[in-house]
Design a binder for this molecule. Structure first.
Ligand code: GUN
Ligand code: ZN
Length: 448
């Protein structure tokens, strides 16, 4: 499903430039058995024109055809891949990361809601947005589906900061009109009007897209959920993101708040929020019936392993999701999540899968963090791979970034990408990110 294209994106990085190193990207989901789903070019060249990918191939061949004077950045011995995509993260929760001792509902009340209340202040929001984007880029994440707070000014601050860095980002005002402190509460009708005007202002502006964002069913009245569905009907192409089935106490509460519902999922379905491409964080405590209904709708289950372990929420069953044919994405969920690093997130996803008796493949993990994430966000025509015409957002990974990583990756047989990637996801973090490029321009170069 393609909901947005990059036609008309104006890039400031005029001209031709090239990047030499080992290239890795996906043409398709490696689990589907498609031939050449993984593309690995040792000593390759990534050629970028005006911020978009022109071509890739073996460096020795392509260098000969480059016009004299074309700048070539030399990353030989490094791995270049499309920038990571974090499918669920809260920029307003950066300051509550690593808050001790609570599970979901107490964690929200004691840490998260007080921190989010401060985002009524546009100055605070602007400062936090800049820190957050720096942190994403340091970790090689170039696109994210982002939760702000309930305050429209927190959306403004985030989109302004992302726009001035020319980032491709998804965000939308959090909707919550009950069961939260007064400083975080909106009203169904005014929140609808505020969302509509934010959509008008930001959706499709440069590289930004809007997501209607009811926090979770517990903090919205039925009227608010109904209006969220209406916003989606009125604005085709606008996305939807929310939380579901994360924690047992949460699920019991939803059953009390919506006594007519047959399940948590049924609540969202009733208001038209269970739909193609809708992003649902967690989906831990689903039964077979939920999975079948979820998969049939074409919704996306966003797996947030560091958060699920940190909050003691449970173990996401990626295998059950896949058996049902559901779409899956991967995310940090900071501040419930404990790291901005998608490498660390893959690491924890591996351990969660092991607890269910499954070995999560490294190719699967990197696919989900790149092309799979782009597909989940409906952005695969713009980002997520090195196909010609895609936007040149990419990360440079250093397999020798730490002494341990260097020692382990030196043992990887030449050409064994699966093993190299596994070492990177199990031992790597922000230290493995040497540089992050946005539209072919360096956004971060980590010095060491
Ligand atoms: N459910 C509702 N809000 C949140 C949130 O901010 N974080 C997590 N992990 N779950 C939620
Ligand atoms: Zn979340």
């Amino acid at each position: 499903m393609v909901l947005w294209s990059n036609e008309g994106i104006v890039t400031a990085s005029a001209g031709l430039r090239a990047f030499r190193g080992d290239l890795l990207d996906f043409r398709d989901d490696p689990r589907q058995g498609v031939q050449d789903a993984v593309r690995h070019v040792e000593d390759g060249l990534l050629v970028v024109r005006n911020g978009l990918i022109e071509c890739t191939g073996p460096a020795t061949e392509l260098l000969r055809g480059l016009p004299a004077g074309t700048p070539v950045a030399d990353f030989r011995g490094r791995l270049l891949m499309p920038g990571f995509i974090d499918a669920h993260v809260h920029y307003v929760q950066t300051d509550v990361i690593a808050s001790h001792g609570k599970q979901l509902l107490d964690w929200l009340n004691d840490y998260t809601f007080p921190a989010e209340t401060a985002f009524a202040d546009p100055g605070h929001a602007a400062f936090a947005a800049e820190f957050f984007l720096d942190e994403l880029l340091r970790n090689g994440t170039t696109t994210a589906a982002v939760y702000p707070s309930v305050h429209p000014q927190s959306v403004q601050a985030f989109f302004s900061a992302a726009d001035s860095r020319r980032l491709r980002m998804l965000c939308g005002k959090v909707l919550m009109d009950r069961n939260c402190p007064p400083g975080l509460r909106d009203e169904a009708e005014s929140a609808y009007a505020e969302s509509a005007s934010l959509i008008e202002r930001w959706h499709g502006r440069n590289r930004l897209l809007y997501a209607v964002t009811p926090r979770f069913a517990a903090t919205s009245t039925e009227r608010q959920l109904e209006l969220a569905g209406r916003l989606l009907d009125e604005h085709p192409g606008v996305r939807m993101q929310t939380h579901i089935a994360e924690n047992h106490a949460e699920i019991r509460w939803i059953a009390e708040l919506f006594p007519w519902s047959s399940s948590y999922l049924d609540v969202y379905a009733r208001f038209g929020l269970l739909r193609q491409g809708a992003l649902f964080g967690h989906c831990i405590h689903f039964d077979d019936e939920d999975w079948a209904r979820f998969a049939a709708a074409g919704a996306v289950a966003v797996h947030c392993p560091t958060s699920n372990l940190f909050l003691g929420s449970g173990l996401f069953n990626v295998d059950a999701a896949r058996r049902a044919g559901a779409r899956v994405a991967l995310a940090t969920d900071v501040g419930g999540g404990t790291s901005f690093s998608m490498l660390r997130t893959m690491h924890e996803a591996y351990k969660v899968a092991q607890m269910g008796g499954h070995a999560f493949d490294s190719l699967d993990a990197f696919y989900l963090a790149t092309l799979g994430g782009a597909r989940a966000l409906g952005m695969e025509d713009c980002i997520g791979s090195f196909a010609a015409g895609r936007e040149a957002d990419f990360v440079v990974l250093d397999p020798g970034a730490t002494t341990l990583l260097a020692r382990r990756t030196q043992q990887v047989p030449a050409g064994n990408v699966r093993e190299l990637l596994f070492a990177l996801m199990m031992l790597g973090d922000d230290r493995a990110v040497q540089a992050t490029y946005i539209l072919g321009e360096a956004a971060i170069i980590n010095s060491r």
